[in-house]
Design a protein around this ligand. Structure first.
Ligand SMILES: Cc1cn([C@H]2C[C@H](O)[C@@H](COP(=O)(O)OP(=O)(O)OP(=O)(O)O)O2)c(=O)[nH]c1=O
Length: 192
C-alpha cells in the first residue's frame, strides 16, 4: 500500500507532516473546478474533493487523499482570485462580515471513497484601504480560496473563528486522521 497525496498545495503537505505523515508520492489532480449552475458552496466543495480523488491514478491497494477548500459568502462561492483586482473585490466583500470556509477531504482506496466536509465560521474585521493595499502587495492572496491565507499576515484581520484552524489552512487534521484510519491506514500503530 502506497499513500498518495493528490494535491499540489504545499499547505496540505505541511499539515500532513504535523500528523507525522509523509506521502510516498504527490500527484496533483487536474479537474474542472467550475461550479454548476446554482450550486451551493458546501455541496460544491464536497463534489470537488470527490472528483479530485477519483481523478488521481493509483494502484488498487493504494490510499489516495485529496481535499478542497472553498470560501463561502452566503450562497456565493469565492474561489482562487485570478488577479489582484479580484482578490481586492473578495477581501472588500468579506470586510467587516462573517464568512464560512469549507474544506472537504476525500480518501479513496480501490473503488471505495470516504468523504468528510468541515465548515468553519470566520470573522474578518473591517479592512482599511491601507491594510488592503499592504496585503495585496504581499502577494499572499495568490492561489488561495477567497484571496487570503489565515496562516499568514491576514491573521491581523481575523479576530475570531469557530471551527477548525487546520481546515481553513487546507486540511482538517482530526477528520483527516479519522478518514485515513477508516480506510485502513495504520496511523497510530504501536512501536514494535
Ligand atoms: C482560506 C484559505 C485557503 N488557503 C488555500 C488552501 C488551498 O491550497 C487553496 C484552495 O484551493 P484548492 O482548490 O482547495 O486547492 P489547490 O488548488 O491549492 O490544490 P489541490 O487542488 O492540488 O489540492 O487555498 C490557505 O492556504 N489559507 C486560507 O486561509
Amino acid at each position: 500500500m502506497k499513500f498518495i497525496l493528490g494535491s499540489g498545495s504545499p499547505r496540505r503537505l505541511e499539515l500532513l507532516a504535523q500528523l507525522g505523515l509523509t506521502p510516498d508520492d504527490v500527484r496533483p489532480p487536474d479537474i474542472d473546478e467550475t461550479p454548476l449552475k446554482a450550486e451551493l458552496p458546501r455541496p460544491y466543495c464536497a463534489r470537488m474533493a470527490v472528483e479530485k480523488v477519483r481523478a488521481v491514478k493509483a494502484d488498487p491497494d493504494d490510499l489516495v487523499l485529496c481535499a478542497d477548500t472553498t470560501v463561502a459568502l452566503g450562497r456565493r462561492i469565492l474561489g482562487k482570485p485570478g488577479d489582484a483586482g479580484e482578490a481586492a473585490e473578495f477581501l472588500l466583500a468579506m470586510s467587516g462580515r462573517r464568512h464560512r470556509v469549507i474544506t472537504a477531504v476525500a480518501v479513496r482506496r480501490g473503488d471505495r471513497v470516504w468523504e468528510k466536509d468541515v465548515v468553519t465560521q470566520v470573522r474578518m474585521k473591517a479592512i482599511s484601504d491601507l491594510e488592503l493595499n499592504f496585503y495585496l502587495q504581499t502577494g499572499e492572496w495568490r492561489g488561495k480560496a477567497g484571496g487570503y491565507g489565515i496562516q499568514g499576515p491576514a491573521q491581523a484581520f481575523i479576530p475570531w473563528i469557530s471551527g477548525s484552524f487546520s481546515a481553513v489552512v487546507g486540511l482538517p487534521l482530526a477528520e483527516t486522521a479519522g478518514l485515513l484510519q477508516a480506510a485502513g491506514y495504520p496511523l497510530f500503530k504501536e512501536a514494535p
